[in-house]
Design a protein around this ligand. Sequence first.
Ligand code: FMN
Length: 244
Amino acid sequence: MNETLKLLKSHQSIRKFKEDPIPKAFIEAIIDAAQMASTSSFLQAYSIISIGDMAVRSEIARLSGDQKYIVSAPTFLVFCADLHRLSLACKKQGVPYESGYAETFIVATVDAALAAENTIIAAESLGLGGVFIGGIRNNPKRISELLKLPDEVYPVFGMCLGFPDHAPGPKERLPKKVVFHEEVYKDADESVMDAYDERIRAYYIERTHGKKSESWTESISEKIAHETRDHMKSFLESKAFNRK
Ligand SMILES: Cc1cc2nc3c(=O)[nH]c(=O)nc-3n(C[C@H](O)[C@H](O)[C@H](O)COP(=O)(O)O)c2cc1C
C-alpha cells in the first residue's frame, strides 16, 4: 500500500487536542491543498473562515450542542457554500445573475465538502487530526450573523484541527459490496448487514467500555428516522439558496 492509501485508511476523527498551536506554515499548506480540490465548472463556490476569537468560538460551541472541542482545538474552521462571490463576478461582467437554484445550491455545497475533505487529509498528512462539525447547522442563522455571512453564503460545517491527544482508531466502514455496486443498484444481503451490525456493536462496547452498545442500524435509525434540523429549508431559502 502506498503512503497516500495508508493515510486515507488510517483516518479517525480527533476530538482531543494537545495545546500546541498549528504552525502557520502548516495552515498555509493545508489551505493550499484545500484549494486544489476539484471544483464544479471551476466555480470555487466555497469560503473557509478561521475563527481565532475565543469568545466567538465559545458561542459557536454553545450553539452547536456544547461540543467542547470547538473551543479546545487549536484551530477551528467554518466551511461555507458561497455563491455570493459568483454574483459579484457576474456584476463585474454586467451579466444578470439569478439566484436560488437547487442546482447551484448543490454545486456550492459539494465544493465546500470537497475542499474540506482535502483539508482534513492534508492536515492528517502533517501529523494533525480533526473532526467535522455538522453541529453548526443546529443554529445556522445565529452562526451566519456571528460570521457576518452575506446572502448566498451559508455555513455547511465546521472543522476542529490540531495535534491529536488521543487515538480512538479507525472505525470499520460498511462492507465494500454494500456501497460499491456493479452496473446497477442492489440492496445488500440481510446477512451481510447483520454481521456488520454485530461488528459495530462490539466496536462500541469496546471503545466506550460498555456505555454504548448499539449496532450500526440501531444507531443510524435513531438519528435519521426523526425530523432532523427541519429549520434548514427555511434558513437556506432565507439566504437565497434552493428556492427553485
Ligand atoms: C459533515 C460531517 C459532520 C460531522 N459533524 C460532527 C459533529 O458535529 N460532531 C462530531 O463529534 N463529529 C462529527 N462528525 C464526525 C463523524 O461523526 C465521523 O466522521 C464518523 O462517525 C466516522 O468516524 P471517523 O471520522 O472517526 O472515521 C461529522 C462528520 C461529517 C462528515
